[in-house]
Design a protein. Structure first.
Length: 147
């Protein structure tokens, strides 16, 4: 990835604030313990935006099934290894700065991927508690609906 200009970081921050999601998710897929993952995601019906994001910042693009036959497809760009990106947009974020700070703190608790598939390491209880705390805080910030 080439180093983006300050204008590009500001533009990206506006996209994330308006169309994006910065979050920590908690899951349990055929494992005895929960796993946590931090990511940045942008959704849009215009493929030009999500493919621009993929070309400039990595990640992956996918789409969701149509809710109705006559509705447009919604496309998503997702970036899981998002520490560098969040550091780049942090000073420009307005609405999602708190979520970005939590995800950056969460990313510090994650070991780099060793490339060995199927090998899961048991995290110490204090690390699991820290991840759970960060997940809960992020969940509150991302909650929809009336306060």
């Amino acid at each position: 990835m080439k180093i983006p200009s300050s204008e590009t970081w500001a533009y990206l921050a506006g996209i994330i604030d308006g169309e994006g999601n910065i979050s920590i998710v908690k899951g349990n897929i055929k494992r005895p313990n929960f796993y946590y993952s931090g990511y940045v995601q942008v959704g849009n019906t215009d493929t030009r935006l999500v493919y621009w994001l993929e070309a400039n910042f990595g990640g992956r693009v996918c789409h969701e099934s149509r809710a109705k036959v006559n509705s447009k497809l919604k496309w998503y760009w997702t970036l899981k290894d998002c520490s560098s990106l969040l550091k780049g947009v942090m000073q420009y974020l307005v609405l999602k700065r708190a979520q970005a700070e939590l995800v950056l703190e969460f990313r510090k608790t994650v070991k780099p991927n060793t490339g060995k598939r199927g090998r899961f390491y048991k995290s110490p209880p204090e690390l699991i508690r820290k991840r759970e705390e960060l997940w809960l805080k992020c969940r509150v910030l991302n909650k929809r609906g009336v306060n």
